[in-house]
Design a protein around this ligand. Structure first.
Ligand SMILES: Cc1ncc(COP(=O)(O)O)c(C=O)c1O
Length: 373
């Protein structure tokens, strides 16, 4: 049997990882500034994480959500403390799209409304509710099409005001930092005004922190720079450092009842063990502070490179816009300099490394980049 051909692949296979490095079978080392698409938060094969998973799988790998699971409660407690949202409740699922899907349902159940306001160039996932709030017609199948979602430009407060004034929306869905679009930030002021407009109109504000969350921006969630508190926050990627897990933080005012939401795999024992180990390591190694510090350093250094058209981002979520083809530059970084990076559109290279990236590793990238530019 062949694999369904839906990915463009680099002819390279990492088989082992350690911290911010991955290795091929013949022992070639690569600096990983992509983190497997923003997923690797605490670094590859972190010993605390490996032990937690090994011990848990040897004890109990899975049981269903029809019985008590104290690992979920432990995870919720750790996450509340790490994020500053200990008064919210946690719903666990398996991926980013699924987290958004559930957040949209929660908002719609609560308000009795069906429309959603989202932002141009947004990416929220590929499942039916998430994909129609994603501004990319190429990934929306005819089956998914709906007219229930409106799009406005990021940071266009007037457009948001006009929509919320004339239509009833269940939710506004916005990324903490737009990732797939090429690292575009909602301004702090925009988020504050958006919060006010949502409160005034009874619209639930959903912050998609799937890529920008879990410390990547130098705060636990990127929206925390603005000081707002959304009604729902979605997360995945860095949450499990590679073990599939997603979650929704749900503000105290939402009603919930048995049967309202559900999942077979969400919050399973192994996923909780992985996610709790991630939060333990983040706390012990102060990875959010490291992301802020090394990220600021990288941003400053990159902004001094004249060949870069624009450098955007916060913490270790960085987009570099170049004149030519980003995919050509990424290929050269990978094959000539052994550095993995991410892409976004035609001209932007994205950096999404593990949060423990060291300054020397950032320097190695800057030297390689200058050489190639
Ligand atoms: C902001 C954002 N939301 C949602 C998703 C979808 O996550 P998943 O691929 O885990 O479904 C992604 C994935 O890249 C993302 O970047």
């Amino acid at each position: 049997m062949e694999l369904l051909n839906v990915y463009s692949l680099y002819p390279i296979e990492p088989v082992r990882g350690c911290g911010s490095y991955v290795y091929t079978a013949d022992g070639e080392e690569y600096l990983d500034l992509y983190g497997g698409h923003a997923v690797i938060s605490i670094g590859h094969a972190h010993p605390t994480y490996v032990t937690a998973l090994q011990e848990q799988v040897a004890r109990l790998g899975f049981y269903s959500n029809s019985v008590e699971n104290s690992l979920q409660e432990q995870l919720a407690e750790r996450l509340g403390a790490a994020s500053g949202y200990d008064d919210y409740r946690l719903f666990l699922c398996n991926s980013g799209a699924e987290a958004n899907e559930n957040a949209l349902k929660i908002a719609s159940f609560q308000t009795g409304r069906e429309r959603v306001l989202a932002f141009r160039k947004a990416f929220h996932g590929r499942t039916s509710g998430a994909v129609v709030a994603t501004d990319n017609p190429k990934i929306i199948a005819p089956y998914n099409r709906t007219d229930k979602v409106d799009f406005v430009a990021l940071n266009d407060l007037e457009a948001v005001r006009e929509h919320l004034r004339t239509e009833q929306y269940a939710a506004v869905l916005i990324e903490g930092i737009q990732g797939v679009a090429g690292i575009h930030l909602p301004s702090d002021e925009f988020l504050r005004e958006l919060r006010t407009l949502c409160t005034e109109t009874g619209t639930q504000l959903i912050l998609d922190e799937i890529q920008s969350g879990y410390g990547r921006s130098g705060r636990f969630f990127a929206h925390q720079y603005s000081g707002i508190r959304p009604d729902l926050v979605t997360m995945a990627k860095g949450m499990g450092n590679g073990f599939p897990i997603g979650g929704v933080l749900v503000a105290p005012h939402f009603e919930a009842w048995p049967g309202m939401l559900g999942t077979t795999f969400g919050g399973n024992h192994l996923a909780c063990a992985a996610a709790s180990a991630v939060l333990d390591v983040m706390r012990e190694e102060q990875l959010v502070a490291n992301a802020a510090e090394v990220g600021s350093y990288l941003l400053e250094e990159l902004r001094q490179i004249p060949q870069l058209k624009d450098v955007r981002g916060r913490g270790l979520m960085i987009g570099m816009e170049i004149e030519g083809s980003a995919s050509e530059l990424r290929k050269r970084l990978l094959f000539e300099e052994h550095i993995f990076t991410g892409g976004a559109g035609v001209n932007t290279v994205r950096l999404l490394p593990a949060l423990g990236l060291k300054k020397e590793q950032a320097d190695r990238f800057i030297t390689a980049l200058k050489k190639l530019l």
